[in-house]
Design a protein around this ligand. Structure first.
Ligand code: FE2
Ligand code: FE2
Length: 166
């Protein structure tokens, strides 16, 4: 524990001493990473229980979104490790079961909307800490903006499959 704290201290003060993220922003990004772990596994698991004669495009879409969530994990790990001097979490948020195709799409739509809300809060917090992140802000802002745009695309895709207006 003490060793872990020391390594963290060295990385922050000596190697990445110019960027000083708050505990709050680090916790928000770590929480987002646990949610990306959940989203990836949830979409992949849900994709395996879809069946029926017109199931193929739905399975393909769920797997495609799962892949995006995996990409988000990589972006957040890089942001945490290379720019904020943190160890990316390996924790996973609680996954949700769903029985029917409609339930799968609705469950993930709720999660995607929550993701946009959470990342928007991360963006606001980042802006508040801009002065403390001279060598991380633009990369962090770009990363979070890109992820929000992807989650919005997921919302549009799920709504289309559910035949719900945008
Ligand atoms: Fe995501
Ligand atoms: Fe998503």
């Amino acid at each position: 524990m003490l060793l872990a704290i020391s390594i963290q201290y060295i990385r922050r003060v000596i190697l990445l001493g110019d960027n000083k993220p708050s505990k709050k922003i680090v916790e928000m990004i770590q929480a987002a990473l646990t949610t990306e772990h959940q989203a990836n596994i949830q979409y992949l698991s849900h994709a395996e229980i879809v069946d029926g004669f017109d199931s193929e495009p739905i399975i393909a879409k769920l797997k495609e979104i799962a892949d995006d969530e995996k990409g988000h994990q990589a972006k957040l790990r890089e942001l945490l490790g290379d720019y904020l001097g943190e160890v990316p979490t390996m924790e996973i948020a609680k996954t949700k079961k769903a029985g029917s195709v409609k339930e799968i799409l609705e469950t993930n739509l709720v999660d995607e909307k929550q993701a946009v809300k959470d990342y928007t809060a991360v963006m606001e917090q980042l802006k508040a800490e801009k002065a403390e992140l001279p060598y991380a802000f633009l990369t962090a802002e770009h990363t979070i903006r890109h992820i929000i745009m992807d989650e919005c695309e997921h919302i549009a895709e799920l709504k289309k499959l559910l035949a719900v207006k945008p």
